[in-house]
Design a protein around this ligand. Structure first.
Ligand code: NAI
Length: 339
């Protein structure tokens, strides 16, 4: 079977990893075209991975009828413009990193444009849906292993950030609730199969001077009432001194499922004069690495077999809608009704 020819826009922190996965690890895909606003990034990938061409003009990729699909891994602020430009140019298969868009108006415009242009496959980058452990939890929940789900809890803690970097990153990312909790919310609604009905939250800027002044926080907790009655609890932080830490627990009438109770890097235990130690996972990429390959593998498979992805347009849409409700709940410490 012919390889799926993919073009990628955005070759930064994550885009470079996506390009490498397409080039080296996904056997039914070919890295055909690459694009970044930063010419040095294009040159570096051209030299290392040798795709057919590289450019700083993303419209060149969108107008290329030889490509089977486009991967968008640009900064979140450009997702809307790029998705719409791709769809309007006739691109039929689009993968885009989360979040779908930065405002409610943007996600509405994206939905309209993608539907109007009959985009066949639209995948959003909720990579956790491809995590082996979470997939097992989902299978067990659906098979009734825990009976009727009662409660879902997720913890998501980033290692300590460099303060200056965080202050620069925060305004363009949409902030803690919007940028980070989007993954937890998507994972929760996917695992228990329901949308949020009510959201309540609180948070604060505990560890980084200057963060509150730019309207962001570094820690928060959120309570969700799901439409199907399940109770949700999300906890997020940017202050984990020991490393990157994720936990998921789903508790039901017949049992409980848990993932990642301590964030061990591997199974090695080292013993010396300092005692007994295990190393901690340092960063999100290390923890979720296999999922980044798996989600793009799925994109290529969806194109090849003409099937729909595990995380699509409406999943991206609902996560952004929820993020605005959650931000309002945290900012005002009120219960926001999403109905
Ligand atoms: P980055 O800042 O490292 O890279 C952004 C890339 O987009 C750069 O190559 C830049 O040149 C390119 N770009 C921006 N405007 C462009 C234009 N007009 N034309 C061509 N290229 C353009 O950003 P990073 O950290 O790689 O994040 C990218 C996206 O991935 C964000 O939306 C972010 O939310 C998402 N992300 C998702 C993660 C996950 O766990 N799924 C983790 C990290 C990031």
């Amino acid at each position: 079977m012919e390889k799926v020819k993919l073009g990628i826009v955005g070759l930064g922190r994550l885009g470079r990893e996506h390009a490498a996965n397409i080039n080296y690890n996904i056997i039914n895909a070919e890295l055909t075209a690459v694009c970044s606003a930063v010419k040095e990034e294009v040159d570096s990938i051209m030299k290392e991975m040798n795709p057919s061409y590289g450019t700083t003009d993303y419209m060149e990729l969108f107008n290329d009828k030889n490509l089977d699909g486009i991967v968008i891994a640009s900064n979140s602020a450009f997702h809307c413009q790029m998705i719409c430009d791709a769809a309007n140019a006739g691109v039929k298969n689009i993968y885009c990193e989360k979040p779908l868009g930065m405002t409610l108006e943007e996600i509405e415009l994206i939905k309209e444009t993608v539907e109007k242009n009959n985009v066949q496959i639209f995948q959003i980058g909720y990579n956790r849906r491809f995590d082996r452990s979470l997939m097992t939890m989902k299978e067990k929940i659906d098979a009734g292993f825990i009976g009727k789900p009662i409660l879902i809890k997720l913890a998501n803690r980033d290692p300590e950030w460099d303060r200056e970097h965080l202050l620069r990153f925060s305004p363009t990312s949409g902030g803690l609730v919007f940028d980070m909790l989007t993954h937890d919310y998507d994972a929760a609604r996917w695992l228990i199969g329901s949308d949020a009905e009510t959201v309540y939250g609180m948070g604060g800027a505990f560890g980084y001077e200057g963060l509150a002044e730019i309207n962001d926080i570094d820690n928060c907790i959120i309570s969700i009432g799901f439409e199907n009655g399940v109770m949700g609890h999300l906890e997020t932080s940017r202050n984990s001194t020991y490393g990157y830490h994720v936990e998921v627990e789903v508790f039901g009438t017949e049992g409980c499922l848990r993932m990642g109770t301590t964030p061990n890097k591997d199974r090695v235990v080292s013993m010396d004069r300092n005692g007994v130690n295990t190393e901690c996972v340092k960063w999100f990429f290390e923890f979720w690495e296999p999922t980044f390959k798996a989600e793009l593998q799925d994109f290529a498979d969806c194109i090849q077999n003409n099937r729909q992805p595990k995380a699509g347009l409406m999943d991206g849409y609902k996560a952004v809608q929820w993020a605005f409700a959650a931000k309002e709940a945290v900012d005002k410490r009120i219960v926001v009704n999403m109905k």
